[in-house]
Design a protein around this ligand. Structure first.
Ligand code: 3PG
Length: 407
C-alpha cells in the first residue's frame, strides 16, 4: 500500500493540522537538545503557504519534564526565523478563535496534547476520531499532516484520531525516516545489529525479531548484555541485577534462554566488563568478575573484538549505548562501537540516547542515518508495523485518495 505524502495533496491556502514530535530533553526548564525540532524544518517550510496549527507532546504525566509547550514555541520560532504563536490550551473556545484568526503563512502551536486525558487511551483510529479533541477541531482544517515519526508506534488521539475525518498524509521527516530505515532491509550484504542501552524489554523484542531473518549477527552490549550474561550463569552481582530488573518488565527468562540456545552462533556477548572500582574504571574478564562493582561499560577486549566484528558487515544498525557514556571513563565502549559502525557501507543509529552519543562524539555526519525515533525506530527495524503509518495508508486507500487527482 502506498504511503501518501505532501506530494499527493495541494497545501496552498489550506488550513493544515500538523502533528510533530518535538518531545525533547529538558534541563533547568530549558530545551537541552533541538535536534527533533530541526528534523521537522523541511515539512514546516513546505507549509509556508498554508495556515498551520501544530500539535505535539512533551513527556508523560507524572514525569519531571512533563510540561507546557511554551518553550517549544520559542525554539520553533528561532529555527524557522518567524513567529510561532502559542496557546496554552488544546481545544477550548479560545483555541478555536485563534485558529479562525490565523492567516496564510502563520503558525500556531497548541498545548501539550498529553494534558488531555483521553489522548493516550489505546483505541482504534475510528474510536479516537469520536473523542472531544477531534470533534472540536476537525471542522477547522482541510488536511492532517503527520510528521511525528518518533510517535508512530503510539495509538493516541493526536497521532491517529484525525485520520478517519481529515484527508491525511505523512510529512517529509516521516518519508526520510521510512526510506532510510527501509534500506536496512533492502541492502545487499550481511547485517549486524548492535543492541545496548537500559531498556531490556525493547532490546529483547528486537533481538527476537531480527534473528528470525534479517540479522547475520547480533552483538549485545549495555544492560541487555548484562542480563544475558546473568542468564548464561555469570554472577553479575546485586547492584547490576537491580539495574537489569529496572529495564525489564515483560521479558521471560525462559524465552530468552531458548533464543540464546537456538541462535547461539549468531549472538555475540561481552567477554569482559568495565566496572566502577572506587571511582576508577577497571576492566575484568567476565569469568573472573565476582559481582562486587557496578558495571559501567563493556571491557577493552570486548571492544576490540566487536569493533572487528562490526566491520566485517555491510550494514550496521546500532540501538542503545554500550555503557554509561555520559561518564567519561565509561564512554570508550560506546565511542568505539559508533566509530566501527560509521565505517561500514550502510550505517544506522536508532534514536534516543545513542543519537545523543553520536552527536557528542562528532560522528553524526559519518553515519548514513541517525533516526529521531527511539521506540518507533526499533519497532520498524524489528519488522513490526507502526500503527500511525498503517492507519494513514489504510484511510488513504479506502477513503481519501479519491479526492486527490494525483493519488
Ligand atoms: C519518543 O521520544 O520516543 C517519542 O516522543 C514518544 O514518546 P513516548 O515514549 O513518551 O510515547
Amino acid at each position: 500500500m502506498k504511503i501518501p505524502t505532501l506530494d499527493d495533496v495541494d497545501v496552498e491556502g489550506k488550513s493544515v493540522l500538523l502533528r510533530l514530535d518535538i518531545n525533547s530533553p529538558i534541563v533547568n526548564s530549558k530545551i537541552a537538545d533541538t535536534k527533533k525540532f530541526e528534523a521537522h524544518v523541511t515539512t514546516l517550510k513546505e507549509l509556508e503557504s498554508s495556515r498551520v496549527v501544530i500539535m505535539a507532546h512533551q513527556s508523560r504525566p507524572g514525569k519531571k519534564d512533563f510540561t507546557t509547550l511554551e518553550e517549544h514555541a520559542k525554539v520553533l520560532s528561532e529555527i524557522l526565523d518567524r513567529d510561532v504563536k502559542y496557546v496554552d490550551e488544546i481545544f477550548s473556545n479560545r483555541v478555536i478563535e485563534e485558529i479562525k484568526s490565523l492567516r496564510v503563512g502563520e503558525y500556531l502551536l497548541l498545548e501539550n496534547v498529553r494534558f488531555y486525558s483521553e489522548e493516550t487511551l489505546k483505541r482504534s483510529a475510528e474510536e479516537h476520531s469520536r473523542f472531544h479533541m477531534v470533534q472540536r477541531l476537525k471542522d477547522h482544517f482541510d488536511l492532517f499532516v503527520n510528521d511525528a515519526f518518533a510517535s508512530f508506534h503510539r495509538p493516541h488521539t493526536s497521532v491517529i484520531g484525525f485520520v478517519p475525518v481529515l484527508p491525511s498524509v505523512v510529512g517529509r521527516l516521516v518519508e526520510r525516516e521510512v526510506n532510510a530505515l527501509s534500506r536496512v532491509f533492502e541492502s545487499e550484504g550481511s547485517k549486524v545489529f548492535i543492541l545496548g542501552g537500559a531498556k531490556v524489554d525493547d532490546s529483547i523484542r528486537v533481538l527476537k525479531n531480527v534473528l528470525k531473518g534479517i540479522a547475520d549477527r547480533v552483538i549485545l552490549t549495555g544492560v541487555v548484555a548484562n542480563y544475558v550474561l546473568m542468564l548464561l550463569g555469570y554472577d553479575i552481582g546485586d547492584v547490576n541485577k537491580r539495574i537489569v530488573e529496572e529495564g525489564k518488565s515483560d521479558v521471560r527468562d525462559e524465552e530468552v534462554i531458548e533464543i540464546l540456545r537456538k541462535y547461539r552462533g549468531k549472538i555475540v556477548v561481552p567477554k569482559d566488563v568495565a566496572v566502577d572500582k572506587d571511582g576508577a574504571r577497571l576492566d575484568v574478564p567476565i569469568d573472573e568478575f565476582d559481582g562486587r562493582y557496578r558495571i559501567g561499560d563493556i571491557g577493552s577486549e570486548t571492544i576490540s573484538m566487536i569493533s572487528d566484528e562490526i566491520q566485517r558487515h555491510e550494514v550496521a544498525v546500532v540501538n542503545g549505548p554500550a555503557g554509561v557514556f555520559e561518564d567519561e571513563k565509561f564512554a570508550f565502549g560506546t565511542f568505539e562501537v559508533l566509530k566501527a559502525v560509521s565505517k561500514v557501507k550502510y550505517s544506522v543509529v536508532g534514536g534516543g540516547h545513542i543519537a545523543t552519543a553520536t552527536r557528542k562524539f562528532g560522528l553524526e555526519d559519518r553515519m548514513n542515518h541517525v533516526s529521531t525515533a527511539g521506540g518507533a525506530c526499533i519497532r520498524f527495524l524489528s519488522g513490526e508495523k507502526l500503527v500511525a503509518l498503517e492507519v494513514i495508508k489504510d484511510y488513504w486507500e479506502k477513503k481519501w485518495s479519491r479526492f486527490f487527482g494525483r493519488a
